[in-house]
Design a binder for this molecule. Structure first.
Ligand code: HEC
Length: 140
């Protein structure tokens, strides 16, 4: 009989312990569920405290003529592909003789086999001009 009582009390203690454990993990589960079913995004109007300062794109600044030449123009002008006057060659002499402004216009707007802006679609006109300056300098 004593054994039975101690067995029952052991079971009772065990149950209450497990209930205690369960109730604390219930809270944890509830918190977990709440976080999982929370909306994926929150609406935050500009000017509200929750709105972070707008992230300004870091201005990279205009690229140098050498950078533009190396990344864009050299595709044709380093090798003479498509009949392009080769960088550093005397093929530039008659072109340089046309005057730098004419070369700017050709490079920006395109000229015969030379595509507009040398296909540098994100180049500003000024970046194309410094690239022309760089090429012309190499051809003198
Ligand atoms: C897809 C090839 C190609 C690329 C890329 C290219 N060019 Fe050219 N470029 C040519 C060809 C071909 C010519 C010669 C056109 C002709 O006279 O028939 C030329 C000619 C020129 C001329 C001389 C134009 C004239 O009036 O005589 C300049 C200046 C020039 N390119 C600048 C550039 C610059 C600057 C870049 C880069 C931003 C560039 N090119 C990229 C093919 C290219």
């Amino acid at each position: 009989m004593n054994k039975l009582i101690s067995l029952i009390s052991a079971v009772a203690i065990g149950l209450s312990v497990s209930v205690a454990v369960n109730s604390s993990s219930d809270a944890a589960i509830a918190a977990e569920v709440t976080s999982r079913i929370a909306p994926a995004g929150t609406l935050c109007m500009s000017g509200q405290g929750c709105a972070a300062a707008p992230v300004a794109a870091a201005p990279s600044g205009p690229r140098s003529g050498e950078e533009i030449y190396n990344s864009k123009c050299s595709t044709c002008h380093a090798t003479g592909a498509a009949g392009a006057p080769k960088y550093g060659s005397d093929a530039w002499a008659p072109r340089i003789a046309k005057g730098i402004e004419t070369l700017y216009v050709s490079a920006i707007g395109g000229f015969m086999g030379m595509p507009a802006k040398g296909m540098c679609f994100d180049c500003s006109d000024d970046e194309i001009k410094v690239a022309v300056d760089y090429i012309v300098k190499g051809g003198q």
